[in-house]
Ligand binder design. Structure first.
Ligand SMILES: [Zn+2]
Length: 160
């Protein structure tokens, strides 16, 4: 038997003003997507912005449904839109943020497990890391160099 430890590094920024300009612009695009959320049931608004290799920024917001399980997360909305509009173009980074009128979000918002799997798939397709910028309303911002940090031991197409 042996034990192993999995760790990863992340960069912590105090506010959007402290981010490098390209990360700040991407997070700002995610913030601008927040009002586009269709979230009448949760009133939890999520915005995402995807930066592609060709320089295009594609945004998405969560899209709920009266049949709750059909809700789509902002990250997957943005990534599917990007893949549809620019098939085969590599994703360089994704920024995510959220707004909750019931209480301010004071820590960086993490993608849900399903979104982590989808982002991992896209990293696997292109064999390149996708940088993640995780925003909050009033708190710090996390920047991770790879989505895989949030989903170690991920399942991918190599198993099939
Ligand atoms: Zn999600």
């Amino acid at each position: 038997m042996r034990k192993e430890t999995v760790t990863f590094d992340l960069s912590v920024y105090q506010s959007i003003d402290h981010l490098p300009e390209d990360f700040g612009n991407l997070l700002f695009a995610a913030i601008e997507a927040l009002p586009k959320a269709y979230a009448p049931y949760s009133t939890f608004y999520v915005g995402a912005a995807v930066l592609l290799q060709n320089g295009k920024v594609i945004t998405g917001a969560n899209f709920e449904n009266a049949s709750y399980p059909l809700a789509l997360c902002a990250e997957r909305v943005a990534l599917a839109a990007a893949a549809s509009q620019f098939p085969g173009v590599r994703v360089k980074a994704i920024a995510v943020t959220a707004k909750n009128p019931k209480k301010a979000i004071a820590k960086p918002i993490p993608p849900c497990g399903a979104c982590r799997q989808v982002i991992s798939e896209i990293e696997h397709i292109h064999k390149r890391n996708i940088r993640m910028i995780l925003g909050s309303e009033t708190g710090e911002i996390y920047v991770l160099d790879s989505a895989s940090y949030l989903l170690p031991f991920s399942f991918d197409g190599d198993f099939l």
